[in-house]
Design a binder for this molecule. Structure first.
Ligand SMILES: C[S@@+](CC[C@H](N)C(=O)[O-])C[C@H]1O[C@@H](n2cnc3c(N)ncnc32)[C@H](O)[C@@H]1O
Ligand code: SF4
Length: 417
């Protein structure tokens, strides 16, 4: 698996140099000049732990959560004060974990961020289905939240049982969603679960759009090595057919494909914390992507608090990009939206995309992975499947390896990917 990602990396970066992450870190984050900057805040608490979930989280306790939020506020001030003027950012996303467990304190966090940042495209939050009650939604709306994403995973009992999740009532969710409106109501599903059929997935998609969602995300199941999930991933051919069938179905229903695995039924419904040119992440395990570097905060809540108490950033590892590394990072995440605009690439790097990757783009066109319309390279259905397929390798060779180490060590000295 790592052979495929290593060869791809060497070919696209035209270098044998791996991605080298080290624990030496900068106290200053050069974000002031970054365009299209997003914000992300990680709240790592859950009511119970799901065995398939790779994210950084622990069981909720009010005391620990309050201490964590006090520390998070300090991190926001340490970073925010580095900008000489208020910085315009696109969006703010709260993820986790189950960030609604800190609902009472979200207004404080948003206020602290607004001292330094002007948010132009709204505020999103991930919700567990148990959070979807009218009083909680109202609290979120009052705090300024405009987009919600609900982790349904499946509406069907057999897959809820497979995933170890409680069954849920789509009618109760719908009633709460009708009481309090949000610009984007997204629902997350996991696909390619053992035995899952197109009919199963179609039923879930229909239930979502008829019970309050205007956007859905269909994530392929990833079997992380460090999770305790007993589930086996689906075979390639079966996954290919399932993905193509559900994509065709959504498009025939008139839903717009807004990214590699999201569809929306409403024009401006969007939920994506990933497709940003640059972002600042706050909280344990949060990542920050800037022009020249990628950094990841420690996964240890204790060490996170200790660093901030010393007025130091909680950075665990930093990767300093070569130009080609930054380019493939840019292209990989931009391709999530299923299209790449050559004018945007040139604006970001000051070099024409064709000059850097003309050969690869021609080959991708000949293989039927992309088409060209004006300045846009659009992914075809075939291209989207292979992106999905490659993304799985990437996740297992890079994210799985890195998170596997960081869950055990707060500040690993060095990681090469
Ligand atoms: C941070 S989690 C979920 C938010 C919320 N705590 C919940 O459980 O409903 C974000 C999403 O990642 C997806 N996810 C989690 N583990 C996954 C895995 N192993 N493979 C694919 N998707 C996964 C799920 O769809 C989940 O809703
Ligand atoms: S899936 Fe959601 S609720 Fe389950 S452990 Fe992960 S973050 Fe927590």
């Amino acid at each position: 698996m790592s052979t495929i990602t290593n060869l791809t990396r060497m070919w696209l970066t035209r270098s044998r140099k791996p991605f080298i992450f080290t624990n030496e870190f900068d106290q200053h984050l050069p974000f002031e000049a970054c365009e299209n900057l997003g914000l992300y805040v990680h709240i790592p608490f859950c009511r119970s732990i799901c065995n398939f979930c790779p994210y950084c989280k622990v069981l909720y306790s009010k005391e620990l959560c309050d201490h964590y939020i006090d520390t998070l506020l300090k991190e926001i001030h340490i970073v925010g004060r580095q900008s000489s003027a208020k910085k315009t950012v696109t969006s703010l996303y709260f993820g986790g974990g189950t960030p609604a467990l800190a609902a009472e304190r979200l207004p404080e966090i948003i206020e602290a961020l607004k001292q330094y940042f002007i948010i132009t495209e709204g505020i999103g939050i991930e919700l567990h289905p148990e959070d979807v009650t009218a009083p909680l939604l109202q609290k979120l709306k009052t705090a300024g939240i405009t987009k919600i994403s609900i982790g349904i995973q499946s509406f069907q009992k057999k897959y809820q049982t497979l995933l170890g999740r409680k069954s849920l009532d789509p009618f109760a969710i719908h009633r709460a969603l009708k009481t309090v409106a949000f610009e984007t109501v997204s629902m997350d599903f996991i696909f390619a679960l053992p035995g899952q059929t197109f009919e199963d997935l179609k039923t879930d998609v229909n239930t979502a759009f008829t019970h309050g969602a205007n956007h859905i995300a269909i994530y392929p199941f990833i079997d992380f090595t460090f999770t305790a999930s007993p589930l086996c991933p689906m075979k390639k051919k079966e996954k290919y057919n399932l993905l193509n069938n559900i994509t065709n179905y959504c498009q025939n229903q008139g839903y717009t494909r807004t990214s590699i695995w999201t569809f929306s039924s409403k024009k401006n419904a969007r939920y994506s914390s990933m497709t940003r040119d640059n972002f600042l992440g706050f909280g344990c395990s949060a990542t920050t992507l800037l022009r020249d570097q990628f950094k990841i905060n420690t996964f240890s809540i204790e060490e996170y608090c200790r660093r901030i108490d010393r007025q130091q950033l909680p950075t665990s590892l930093t990767l300093r990009f070569t130009l080609r590394q930054r380019m493939i990072y840019y292209l990989f995440w931009t391709a999530y939206s299923t299209q790449i605009n050559e004018a945007d690439f040139e604006h970001f790097f000051n070099i024409p995309l064709k000059k850097m990757y003309g050969l690869e783009l021609t080959a991708a066109k000949l293989l039927g992975y992309i088409t060209k319309e004006g300045p846009l390279y659009r992914m075809t259905l075939k291209g989207a499947f292979y992106y999905h397929y490659y993304e799985n390798f990437y996740t297992l060779s890079y994210i799985d390896k890195m998170w596997g180490i960081m869950r055990k060590e707060a500040f690993p000295p060095h990681i090469e990917l």
